[in-house]
Design a protein around this ligand. Structure first.
Ligand code: IMP
Length: 430
């Protein structure tokens, strides 16, 4: 059995799409285990840029079967649009290649309306959600009144959609938000049910059989460790378990699947965050502009889903060590190393300071982070353009020293380094 889990080690946007694409070349299944269309995974192949929000990015490889797992919340409109986009790009999308778990929850326009209304009501304390209805859909799941993909096959599906819209209208009314007319939503979802019914299946059963048959299953996490509902910077988090153990629940796999699993933590060579919440190593000014990029390229630091400029900062080694522990990361994939070329000096947060004490580790997880001051180590930068490097030895000594320091700080080896957005701009470290 081979389970490979790709999980974000920061606040999302680590470049997981790119790393998944690398591993998917030799995988049989690519399966998303959490989140919904709040995610944005970008893969660049030549002049073709794929931006995926729901379908696992592994689907680009023709031998891969793609799975939307039970841990996901799925907006059927986005899913159908994305399936069309992939078909137009020449990717086969059919029930032979794509499965939707019957236990995945559905997102509706009522969830999206509620997401916006709740954010507006939070005012200055808003989370900065993506507005995709993620939180309300997971709330309905936990409240045991959610609608699941399997429900699309039931004869009373439309009635249940109508009830759900009416129920959500009660809360929207209390928030002073506009109400939704259930009838058009029912019609819309009747059409989605017809278009998607052949894709709905018990994916847990199929993934279990695949692993027993010795196939490789690539579990594709969305968002990152620090946005995990339990282990992130709560309440400035998303509503799912983004961390690697979430792959077991989110795909319906037993603990036996975890034995010998490869857990790849994807970490950007610096730190970014989109939305509100603490960010101890955040920088501003010219350095921030330099790290963020102008927005002219798909790899610049602007949200794939919302287009919002991302906050940027120095790599936080304390939070990375935390991510290695919580996920059980066995190896690191470091992305966007090329962006650091040309900086005179690099700073790396190796500890925090608060109340005259030094903290190498977080004692209560990433809570109350605003009270901690980062303690930096300075390392020499490098001036060379690294985007043409393909082997570890091609990298400038200062770049290798930076990566080695990161590995030593968090206790996980660096196995992959990306030096550009193109598929082949990758260094596999022996
Ligand atoms: P939600 O997932 O839309 O509820 O948003 C909750 C928080 O997670 C917000 O701070 C979002 O900006 C952040 N977030 C959600 N999805 C992503 C993502 O894919 N990348 C980065 N941040 C995300």
């Amino acid at each position: 059995m081979t389970l490979q889990i790709i999980a974000g080690a920061q606040w999302g946007d680590e470049g997981k799409g790119r790393i998944v694409d690398w591993f998917a070349a030799s995988a049989d299944y690519a399966a998303r285990y959490n989140g919904g269309d709040n995610a944005g995974h970008t893969v660049t192949v030549g002049s073709q840029v794929y931006k995926m929000h729901l379908v696992p990015s592994g689907i680009i490889h023709p031998q891969v079967t793609a799975v939307l797992g039970n841990g996901m919340v799925v907006n059927p409109r986005t899913l159908l649009d994305e399936m069309d986009m992939l078909r137009r790009a020449g990717v086969e999308v059919s029930p032979r290649r794509l499965r939707l778990s019957c236990f995945a929850h559905l997102i509706t326009p009522a969830h999206r309306a509620l997401d916006s209304a709740l954010e507006a009501a939070r005012g200055k304390g808003s989370i900065g959600t993506t507005g995709r209805g993620i939180g309300p859909a997971y709330t309905d799941k936990a409240s045991r009144r959610g609608l699941r993909a399997g429900d699309m096959l039931a004869t009373d599906f439309c009635e249940r959609i109508g009830d759900h819209v009416a129920e959500t209208n009660r809360t929207l009314g209390l928030l002073g938000a506009p109400l939704l007319d259930p009838a058009p939503v029912c019609d819309e979802y009747r059409q989605y049910a017809a278009a998607l019914k052949d894709y709905v299946t018990d994916t847990s059963l199929e993934l279990d059989a695949a692993l027993r048959a010795g196939k490789t299953v690539l579990a594709e996490g969305a968002q990152g460790t620090l946005l995990d509902i339990d282990f992130g910077t709560y309440p400035f988090v998303t509503s799912s378990n983004t961390t690697a153990p979430g792959a077991l629940i989110g795909l319906g796999l037993g603990l036996n699947a975890a034995a010998g699993a490869r857990v790849v933590g994807v970490v950007k060579a610096f730190q970014t965050r989109v939305g509100s919440g603490p960010f101890p190593t955040e920088v501003g000014g010219a350095l921030a502009e330099r790290l963020r990029g102008s927005g002219a390229h798909p790899w610049d630091e602007y949200g794939t889903t919302t287009g919002r400029p991302r906050r940027v900062g120095w790599l936080d080694g304390v939070l990375l060590r935390y991510a290695v522990r919580i996920n059980g990361i066995s190896e690191l994939a470091v992305t966007k190393l090329d962006i650091l070329s040309g900086l005179e000096t690099l700073r790396l947060c190796v500890a925090y300071e608060a109340g005259g004490r030094r903290f190498e580790d977080l004692e209560r997880g990433p809570a109350a982070l605003e009270t901690f001051q980062p303690v930096y180590e300075e390392l020499p930068g490098w001036q060379e353009d690294v985007s043409a490097c393909r082997r570890w030895d091609d990298l400038p000594p200062a770049a290798r020293a930076y990566l080695e320091r990161i590995a030593a700080l968090c206790g996980a080896p660096v196995r992959l380094v990306s030096v550009g957005a193109e598929r082949e701009q990758m260094i596999a470290v022996a």
